[in-house]
Design a protein around this ligand. Structure first.
Ligand SMILES: [Mg+2]
Length: 199
């Protein structure tokens, strides 16, 4: 049996891909470009799956967002029976954390049986919220912190490491080459000639 080797992209929804709840969702144009790139990489086999894992429970809103985006392989919201609820603490009542178990479940629902160990090195997790369990289950570089929170119309500079993601997805042309890029350690499928020269 040949195990799959592509990247697995797991996306948060609010303040990552869109903003505007409970009104009309307005998409994050930079994130959409990354999703489009991932969609092509999926067709080429470099991406195995693209999932939406949201703590929103408003299915109408989620659907209004999804129709504006490239297709996800599966979607899970906060009402899913498999989500693990955190203890109720003040206003945090009912919130759920995101973990690799959710990704295992997302795969199971599309007929793919995986274990956490099969996927933990291949998950790229995109979220504006920095305290989900999954952040500590994967390599630090593979948690892509959307920062600042995406708010449509905001003029704040987007500091998210999009170039790092573009490079992992094989879009080397659009990467500005600077020392702060972290691309050396983690692409399981491809290693550039430039990196080999530095080894
Ligand atoms: Mg969010």
């Amino acid at each position: 049996m040949v195990l799959p080797t592509g990247w697995i992209l797991v996306w948060d929804l609010d303040e990552t891909l869109v903003s505007g709840w409970p009104n009309t969702p307005i998409v994050n144009p930079t994130a959409v470009k990354i999703l489009e790139l991932a969609d092509k990489a999926r067709a080429a086999g470099r991406v195995e799956a693209i999932f939406l894992l949201t703590n929103n429970s408003d299915k109408d809103y989620i659907n209004a967002a999804i129709v504006q985006l490239p297709p996800f392989d599966n979607v899970m919201d906060s009402t899913h029976r498999s989500r693990t609820k955190l203890p109720s603490i003040g206003n945090y009542n009912g919130n759920v954390s995101k973990s690799l178990s959710d990704v295992v479940q997302l795969f199971a629902e599309i007929g793919v049986s995986v274990a956490k160990d099969d996927i933990k090195n291949r998950v790229l997790f995109f979220d504006n919220y920095p305290d989900h369990v999954m952040k500590d289950e994967i390599a630090k570089a593979h948690y892509i912190h959307i920062t600042p929170d995406f708010k449509a119309g905001s003029v704040k500079k987007d500091l998210t490491r999009w170039n790092y993601v573009r490079k992992l997805l094989g879009d080397s042309k659009r990467v500005t080459r600077k020392r702060s890029d972290h691309g050396k350690r983690s692409d399981p499928g491809k290693r550039s000639r430039r990196n080999n020269l530095h080894r």
